[in-house]
Design a protein around this ligand. Structure first.
Ligand SMILES: [Zn+2]
Length: 252
């Protein structure tokens, strides 16, 4: 399950945002303008912070976590209090899409197909580039959306991803609708994100339209892969072939 609409921009860091310390005091400011400023500083800070981490850790670790995974972990922890089942959210592992075992999904995502993929109720894979400060809002929107899928998998399917395209599209109707609602009225102290909310609306309309008449599984698959741009990569197997079941799902 994914959020195609929050693809990171192919934009490099503009280098803005100094390493000033931002404390939790940001959260209590009253003025919307101040709130937005505080959020922006946190966003810029996060970019600076994650960019520095690999340099610090490389000498002591054979293989440090890549910056985009660290950035997504930090954003998971920041978002957790604003999501239902926040204790559960911190137990969801963030993994590197560049090492995702399922080649169709990995290649599609790395080519810009999407930013994140929820493989199960405990695993989210994210693409490189999300650590860039310019992509911070894409990361925020993508993770919020993916955590909706985490809840769907947990509460409806024993932690497993959908085994039918029909079910995936049903999940997407809800996830796109709720993502759009949250981006217009976010609860995390950050600014509304109308442009991404509009993209979520498109996903919602696509999914609702797809379900508006009864179709075969083959027809649902065709709608998902042939849409421009596609919601899923081309693949020869069934929907279950897009989810890694052989652990670990990160290739060595
Ligand atoms: Zn989704």
């Amino acid at each position: 399950m994914t959020d195609r609409t929050s693809r990171p921009q192919q934009v490099m860091s503009n280098g803005s945002g100094g390493p000033d310390v931002v404390t939790g005091a940001d959260r209590v400011v009253e003025e919307p303008a101040d709130r937005a400023l505080g959020y922006g500083r946190r966003a810029a800070n996060q970019g600076v912070r994650v960019a520095q981490v690999p340099r610090k850790k490389q000498p002591t670790r054979a293989r440090g976590k890549p910056a985009h995974v660290l950035a997504a972990e930090a954003e998971r922890d920041r978002l957790a209090p604003f999501l239902p089942n926040s204790a559960v959210k911190k137990q969801v592992g963030i993994y590197d899409m560049a090492r995702f075992r399922v080649a169709e999904v990995r290649k599609f995502a790395l080519a810009g197909g999407f930013a994140a993929w929820t493989n199960s109720s405990t695993e989210i894979f994210v693409v490189p580039g999300l650590e860039e400060p310019a992509n911070y809002d894409a990361l925020r929107a993508a993770l919020y959306h993916e955590f909706l899928h985490v809840d769907q998998f947990r509460t409806r399917a024993g932690g497993r991803p959908p085994s039918k395209y029909f079910t995936m599209i049903e999940y997407e109707v809800e996830a796109y609708r709720e993502s759009a609602k949250w981006l217009r009225n976010p609860t995390d102290g950050g600014p509304p994100d109308e442009s991404r909310a509009k993209e979520m609306d498109k996903g919602f309309r696509f999914a609702e339209q797809a379900l508006s008449k009864k179709r075969s599984e083959k027809e649902y698959k065709e709608l998902l892969v042939s849409h421009k741009p596609p919601y899923l990569p081309q693949h020869t197997g069934r929907i279950t072939s897009l989810y890694c079941s052989k652990r670990p799902c990160e290739l060595p």
